[in-house]
Design a protein around this ligand. Structure first.
Ligand code: ZN
Length: 499
């Protein structure tokens, strides 16, 4: 067997095990009975260990080394070259981490998460503090093992947004912060129209909501013959193969907008996964480029499309028809204003489009400094409070609504937060490029979503990891990632809403 075919065979084995693992996680969140947790954790640990073994065995018989040499010599090109380079990237990272370290990290994280949950419930940062200190120390150690050029945070960011540097991320986010802080003040200085205070609360039977959400997801193109929609406390998307992609959403009886937002967001992730080329399954060519690019797909559908007027010009009559009591007397214009209210708040997951990224910037600035060692864990609550006051203009009432609100740090996810904002920036940049080629507004108003979905498929989904995120955004939009398109999008939309 040729070395490249041998590598593909080994990768496919890993992909099959990973699909099984993903199915176990899916079941755990969606169907597993309460008492199943402990035994499930053992099955997951067993399978995770097996996958790790297969990963570190990728270079047995020097298969990978030989292929990397062929790439260097220029004898291996095109898609095969991408497979080798991207596999080598994962392999190198995995190989550099000693097994004892991986075990220590896994154990610490699993204990820290339950301590964090208690600390948050009791609003007690001191309880979580020693655990966060241990995790920060371990993450700094991880950065040393993996290696970095300028900042240890580089090594952590790279796991989620390959090739993005701390310096570049800091520059992009700093530009965005300057804009957002002043733009928020501008919006707040304009009086709030009565229609923006309109409440959309009513009673929405869950069965009816489910019907509406399924129609929504399938009309924008989520293929229900290759996908499933279920419920869970924290909505998420998972995939076993481009032909089996699943996501969850969450329903509240008094609020349908919440479920609609989650559904469109996750369907956006799902469309990306369904759009990956099935013929390359198992290789990096059928994997998403980065978390930032993944998030761009969910946020473009959720916000730029799903909270736009043309989109609701098409869907609002349907919503009214299904829920006449709640929406019968509310005009499209009033509905549109109500779903696009801008109000600074303390909780990230409930933030609007304008203030959301300030929440992320606060987390990025703090975690970067923790990893670089320029601030200490014990200072986090106070730094958090002062940044929230400075950027959002509001006061943090307690740590449960401050530094303890997110699960990420207890799960060891340092370097993850900025990808949420990169997602918004990529989305705006891709969307502007799409608008140069397609009459997007007119298509959305007619409910003709096919051309939009196909554009995303052709330019983004179908490539898998063929291009790095940096190369992809340049290829599709002609520019490196920047905050200008997102700022322009917000200005146009919200100056019109608050005129
Ligand atoms: Zn998402």
């Amino acid at each position: 067997m040729k070395p490249i075919d041998e590598l593909k065979r080994r990768l496919l084995e890993i992909a099959h095990l990973s699909s099984a693992l993903a199915l176990l996680h899916w079941d755990q969140e969606v169907h597993m009975p309460k008492k199943g947790g402990a035994s499930r954790a053992l099955v997951i640990a067993e399978l995770t260990g097996l996958i790790h073994q297969k990963l570190v065995a990728l270079d047995v018989d020097r298969v990978l080394t030989k292929l990397q040499l062929a790439v260097k010599k220029g004898t291996l090109k095109g898609k095969d070259k991408v497979i080798v380079l991207e596999t080598a990237r994962t392999f190198e990272r995995e190989r550099k981490l000693p097994e004892a370290f991986v075990r220590d990290m896994a154990e610490t994280i699993s204990k820290a998460q339950s301590v964090w949950a208690t600390a948050r419930a009791q609003n007690n940062f001191t309880l979580f503090r020693p655990w966060l200190e241990k995790i920060v120390a371990l993450k700094r150690k991880e950065a040393t093992y993996v290696g970095y050029r300028a900042s240890p945070y580089d090594a952590l960011l790279d796991a989620f947004e390959p090739d993005m540097t701390t310096q570049e991320a800091a520059r992009i986010l700093h530009d965005l912060k300057d804009f957002l802080v002043s733009f928020l003040k501008e919006l707040q200085s304009r009086p709030q129209a009565a229609k923006q205070r309109l409440s959309l609360k009513a009673t929405f039977p869950i069965a009816e909501q489910k019907k509406f959400n399924a129609v929504l997801a399938s009309e924008i193109g989520f293929d229900l013959a290759a996908g499933v929609i279920e419920e869970s406390t924290h909505p998420f998307t998972t995939n076993f193969h481009p032909h089996d992609v699943r996501f969850t959403t969450r329903y509240r009886t008094d609020d349908i907008i919440h479920a609609i937002g989650s559904t469109i967001h996750e369907a956006g992730h799902g469309l990306y996964e369904q759009g990956l080329p099935a013929e390359h399954f198992g290789t990096p060519l059928a994997e998403a480029v980065s978390l930032g690019v993944h998030e761009s797909q969910s946020r473009m559908w959720e916000n730029m499309i799903g909270k736009s007027k043309p989109f609701w010009r098409y869907f609002y009559p349907k919503l009214k028809k299904q829920f006449p009591e709640a929406f019968g007397k509310i005009t499209l214009e009033d509905f549109y204003h109500a779903i696009n209210r801008v109000t600074p708040s303390l909780i990230r997951t409930e933030a609007d489009e304008v203030t959301y990224n300030l929440h992320i910037i606060i987390r990025f600035e703090i975690e970067k400094e923790l990893i670089e060692g320029s601030i200490a864990v014990r200072d986090v609550p106070l730094i958090w409070q002062s940044k929230v006051k400075e950027y959002l203009g509001i006061s943090v009432k307690d740590d449960a609504h401050g530094a303890l609100q997110d699960v990420h740090w207890s799960a060891g996810l340092f370097g993850y937060f900025p990808t949420y904002t990169f997602g918004n920036l990529y989305a705006a940049q891709f969307f502007a490029a799409m608008e140069r080629e397609l009459p997007v507004t007119a298509l959305l108003a007619k409910g003709t979503f096919g051309p939009v979905r196909e554009w995303l498929r052709k330019h983004i989904h179908s490539h898998g990891k063929r291009y790095t995120a940096g190369a992809l955004v340049k290829k599709v939009t002609g520019e490196p990632l920047n905050s200008r398109y997102f700022a322009d999008y917000l200005k146009k939309k919200y100056r019109d809403i608050k005129k």
